[in-house]
Design a protein around this ligand. Structure first.
Ligand SMILES: NC(=O)C1=CN([C@@H]2O[C@H](COP(=O)(O)OP(=O)(O)OC[C@H]3O[C@@H](n4cnc5c(N)ncnc54)[C@H](O)[C@@H]3O)[C@@H](O)[C@H]2O)C=CC1
Ligand SMILES: O=C1O[C@H](COP(=O)(O)O)[C@@H](O)[C@H](O)[C@H]1O
Length: 257
């Protein structure tokens, strides 16, 4: 990727994981919602993804996009997800088409399919011996309006890919936590995404060749109900981490060589 990569939501947790892992791998153009506490080492701008003018300025001169900006709260109200997540993502796609961007990586979420976790399936589906898997080919099944907004972002990508040909990768991110998996939270351990695996899967999504993809962004956890086979096959994703390698905050096993 020779042209700069636009990273929206650069000031957030996922943005931090990506920048920590891939700081020198790309020429970054960062978009923040409010001024960052420290002066970034990369080109940046302040803007709102629901503003056509801000988005056009952000997109100017970039060859690829990682779109993270939005309201990440599972309990977010409709007004917020409508503006920040749905309208913001549609404006990002329009501007990407106008700019001739090649690749668009969208931060989707486990909550786009949260309602597959029925009373009958849980908590067994969170456990290592359970064989239930979602693989990205299933229809969205959100359990909240935030999940609806993420499913809508995926469908917007489908539309802009089919009509305009840009490559789109939707990463249904699990639960990103720094340093160790969530503690005393089986669901979170089953969908843990470590910081370095987060950076790696986004790197893969910038490098690989594909048309339109939906993949799960989790580490290679023994507990899992999301298949990572599609991410491995299409993107070349090779996760390093596994929530089973931790007891609480402490790492008790190393990744397989
Ligand atoms: N952290 C996680 O485990 C997961 C995150 N995601 C998704 O990844 C993305 C990033 O999430 P996090 O970094 O955790 O959230 P975060 O809240 O730490 O970062 C989101 C960033 O987007 C910015 N933002 C919000 N609305 C904006 C707008 N209208 N215009 C411009 N910027 C705006 C915020 O200022 C913030 O810096 C979100 O889209 C979220 O839905 C999906 C699944 C799991
Ligand atoms: O999409 C997201 O998912 C993670 C995990 O969901 P949770 O309901 O198990 O906490 C969430 O932490 C994050 O805020 C959200 O953006």
């Amino acid at each position: 990727m020779d042209d700069p990569v636009l990273l929206t939501g650069a000031g957030g947790a996922v943005g931090a994981a990506i920048l920590e892992g891939l700081e020198d791998a790309y020429e970054w153009k960062l978009m923040f919602h409010s001024p960052p506490a420290e002066e970034p080492d990369h080109e940046y701008l302040i803007g709102d993804v629901s503003s056509e003018g801000d988005v056009a300025a952000a997109m100017d001169g970039v060859g690829a996009v990682i779109h993270l900006a939005g309201d990440p709260r599972p309990e977010a109200p409709w007004d917020s997800v409508l503006t920040n997540n749905i309208d913001g993502t549609q404006k990002m796609y329009e501007a990407a088409i106008d700019e001739g961007v090649e690749k668009f990586v969208f931060a989707s979420s486990n909550h786009a399919v949260g309602a597959f976790e029925t009373d009958e399936r849980t908590p067994e589906m969170y456990r290592p011996d359970d064989q239930y898997r979602l693989d990205g080919s299933e229809l969205p099944r959100p359990g909240n309006l935030y999940g609806v907004s993420k499913a809508t972002g995926e469908v917007l990508g489908r539309y802009y890919h089919d009509q305009h040909g840009l490559s789109v990768c939707n990463i249904r991110i699990g639960n990103l936590t720094r340093g160790h998996p969530p503690i005393d939270y089986e669901r979170g351990q089953a969908m843990w995404l470590s910081y370095r695996d987060c950076a790696h899967i986004h790197d893969c999504a910038l490098q690989a060749d594909y048309e339109y993809e939906i993949v799960y962004g989790i580490s290679d956890n023994d507990r899992k109900y999301y298949s990572i086979e599609r991410a491995k096959e299409v993107l070349g994703y090779e996760p390093m981490d596994n929530s089973a390698h931790f007891e609480g905050e402490e790492r008790v096993a190393e990744p397989d060589a």
